[in-house]
Design a protein around this ligand. Structure first.
Ligand code: NAI
Ligand code: AKB
Length: 343
């Protein structure tokens, strides 16, 4: 089967690998669509993300959907021919985190495209059947693949307890920021504001109907939010850029008693914050890591037409053109590239 392998930073090799056999609890999936995530681009360009180092050839890709072609003997409920989306992180199911329901915090998780585990830029993947979710006819394979970043958005909104009537500020208008916007609206937020530093990203966020888009290189964010909220501040601020100045600014723009959710992975390990400001204003600060129990919700939201994920896709290219696809995806104006396999 054709497999795109990152053999060195910025170098993919298309290899022919043996098709895997599903285990008794697995499904064998013919992969159709895979999104290119920011983490894939980071591994492609730099060969590492923090402590995760690509020191062996690695298959990237973890936002994937496809069609079941075979099932293991214990699998019920999914049959060949079903279209599915794959939740890319499979936990150990036995550790204290898994047992208390926080399976996304499992330290032994097998997460696609995170060294040393291969991902889904490949024709076939075997995956535990309970981490494969059937897609209804009305949900496309691309939408299925994008259940992954949408899940990041849903989880972040849950962490921020986003609810009806909230004013939500999302800092960073990349794919994750835009998925947070979708999830926040679906949760009932009535005012959604996005910041960025790239004019094209802000223009795109405006086209997608955000209530306010702020270029923080030109506009004082605190003043803009004060004006927009009559001096109150945003109910929930969800940081999705990872830029230290943006992380620092969250406490200046959240209302007293509000919530800050940190999603963006800071490019610096230490970002100073004013602890007294945090205490005096009784601000809740939450980290948000990946997601748990979001795939069914993501599919329901897509089925109901409550979110738009396909609209963030800039281009689709076949697996053979993966080099071109990554070169295009690096452009800061590009939001989401997709690889199409097996069509
Ligand atoms: N916590 C988690 O579970 C996850 C975290 N992430 C992280 O979330 C962040 C966003 O992911 P993507 O959207 O894929 O990344 P991205 O790099 O495509 O988007 C980030 C956006 O932030 C903008 N930006 C840069 N500096 C800014 C500033 N000072 N103020 C406002 N915007 C600024 C960029 O122009 C870009 O549009 C990344 O740090 C990524 O590593 C991604 C997935 C899961
Ligand atoms: C950090 C990422 O972008 C990636 N989606 C992951 O969850 O590891």
């Amino acid at each position: 089967m054709r497999t795109a392998v990152l053999v060195e930073p910025t170098e993919f090799q298309l290899q022919d690998r043996e098709r895997p056999e599903p285990g008794p609890d697995d499904v064998l999936v013919a992969i159709r669509d895979v999104g290119i995530c920011g983490s894939d681009i980071h591994y492609y360009e730099h060969g590492r993300i923090g402590d995760y180092v690509v020191d062996e050839p690695l298959v990237l890709g973890h936002e994937s959907a496809g069609e079941v072609v075979e099932t293991g003997e214990n699998v019920t409920g999914i049959t060949p021919g079903n279209r599915v989306t794959l939740e890319p992180g499979v936990p150990c199911r036995r550790c204290p985190h898994c047992k208390r329901g926080d399976y996304h915090l499992c330290e032994d998780v097998v997460f696609m495209a995170t060294p040393p585990h291969d991902g889904s830029f490949v024709e076939y993947v075997t995956w535990p059947a309970d981490f494969a979710y059937e897609l209804p006819e009305t949900v496309s394979s691309i939408e299925g693949a994008l259940c992954e970043p949408l899940s990041v958005g849903i989880h972040a909104c849950r962490r921020g307890d986003v609810g009806a009537g909230d004013t939500v500020l999302v800092t960073g208008g990349g794919p994750i920021g835009l998925m947070i916007v979708e999830a926040a609206r679906a949760a009932g937020a009535t005012n959604v504001i996005v910041t960025d530093v790239v004019p094209g990203k802000l223009g795109f966020a405006r086209e997608r109907g955000v209530d306010l888009a702020v270029n923080v290189t030109e506009t004082d964010l605190e003043a803009a939010i004060n004006e927009y909220t009559d001096g109150l501040g945003a109910d929930v601020v969800i940081e999705a850029s990872g830029a230290p100045p943006s992380i620092r600014s969250t406490l200046d723009v959240v209302r007293r008693g509000g919530t800050v959710v940190l999603v963006g992975l800071a490019s610096e390990a230490t970002v100073p914050i004013d602890v007294l400001e945090l205490i005096d204003n009784e601000i809740d600060v939450h980290g948000s890591f990946r997601y748990k129990n979001t795939y069914d919700v993501a599919i329901d939201l897509l089925t109901d037409g409550a979110v738009d994920v396909e609209g963030i896709v800039d281009f689709q290219l076949p697996l053979d053109a993966i080099d071109d696809a990554f070169q295009r995806a690096i452009d800061p104006d590009v939001v989401k590239g997709m690889i199409t396999i097996g069509k």
